[in-house]
Design a protein around this ligand. Structure first.
Ligand code: 5MM
Length: 341
């Protein structure tokens, strides 16, 4: 198979109506933060048990087309000894991997951030492919303040995402391009829209410069929202309209799918907002779906509490959120569905 055919086959499996992506790629500090409220110590075994719970949850393959894993997970196995990436692949779910190595300050640009991990990326991808991986993910993070992100911050982050995406495509691995404009702060919805549009436009210029084939990427952006400390809340319909306006202005039709991150929205909000986009804008040129981490996993962690006897209930909690988000992808979600089991 040519590299292009390989990328197209992966895209076809990842991008399906009624399905989205589960982000289960929390790095070691982040998973420890997620386990802390339920008093679970983050150890290699607790992380394995938790990810095995997620990946073996009955029925999720009807709503989940891909899972983003953390590197450690690739070498871990389910309770029956099956390697976790193989558990996913056998269910028709595409295994993916987070390949960025976290973020830090962008030198000489106060308030801007930059992500690390390009060195040796091609070799790492070859190894991950031998472990069953077919797509990758890289996240750049933009904090909003009066002066940030700066023009330099926006340009430098776009360059990183484009270089990452080019290396992935060269290796036959589909890149998920994830620019996250953070929800933190008291900025307005209009300010989030302004920043998100500038970020997206710069990214697509950079992807073009680096010869990235747009048909073979998945975009994983934030929705356009008011900051979490802004006094006004926005309705799902307002969020959908603002988000679609920004993406119509900045994302070419060649991109097959926009899979939003949840970014601190609660599970119900993130489902309702996705639904409002699909119900209100059925003619959008891209699939509009989800690639949620927290919004899919919060109820699972609550149900699990680190106890083997709660595994079935926790898996039901994952199936429920996956099903409701699958409905939201089709624009068929109603809030009454939340209480229907
Ligand atoms: C699941 O968390 C991912 C990894 O984050 P860290 O590298 O900070 O540990 C993260 O990239 C995630 O995939 C996205 O932020 C989307 O997750 P949310 O929770 O925002 O939907």
């Amino acid at each position: 198979m040519t590299t292009s055919n390989e990328l197209q086959a992966t895209i076809a499996q990842m991008v399906q109506r009624g399905k989205g992506i589960l982000a289960a790629d929390e790095s070691l500090p982040t998973i420890a933060k997620r386990f802390a409220p339920i008093d679970v110590e983050s150890t290699e075994e607790s992380r394995r048990a938790y990810r095995a719970l997620l990946f073996t949850a009955p029925g999720i393959e009807d709503y989940i087309s891909g899972v983003i894993e953390f590197e450690e997970t690739l070498a871990q196995s389910a309770d029956d000894g099956t390697p976790l990436p193989e558990v996913l692949a056998r269910r028709g779910i595409v295994p993916g991997i987070k390949v960025d190595k976290g973020k830090g300050p962008l030198a000489l640009s106060p308030g801007d951030l930059i992500t690390y991990g390009l060195d040796g990326l091609a070799e790492r991808l070859q190894h991950y492919k031998s472990q069953g991986v077919r797509f990758a993910k890289w996240r750049e993070v933009y904090a909003i303040s009066e002066h940030n992100p700066t023009t330099l911050g926006i340009a430098a982050n776009a360059e990183m995402l484009a270089r990452y995406a080019a290396v992935c495509q060269e290796q036959g691995v589909v890149p998920i391009v994830e620019p996250e404009v953070l929800i933190d702060g008291d900025h307005s919805l209009a300010r989030c829209a302004e920043v998100t549009e500038a970020v997206q436009k710069e990214i697509f210029h950079a992807l073009h410069r680096h010869h990235v084939v747009l048909e073979h990427i998945v975009l994983k952006p934030n929705m356009v929202l008011p900051g979490k400390d802004h006094p006004d809340r926005a309705s799902a319909e307002e969020i959908a309209a603002a988000t679609l306006q920004v993406f119509r202005r900045s994302v070419p039709m060649a991109v097959p799918s926009i899979n939003f991150l949840s970014g601190g929205m609660n599970p119900e909000e993130s489902t309702a907002n996705l639904n409002a986009m699909n119900a209100g804008f059925p003619d959008a040129p891209w699939l509009l779906s989800f690639s949620y981490g927290r919004a899919l996993q919060q109820p699972v962690l609550q149900a699990w509490q680190g106890r083997a006897e709660n595994v079935a209930a926790a898996q039901q909690a994952l199936l429920k959120r996956a099903r409701l988000n699958g409905a939201a992808q089709r624009g068929e979600y109603h809030s009454q569905m939340e209480s229907e089991g």
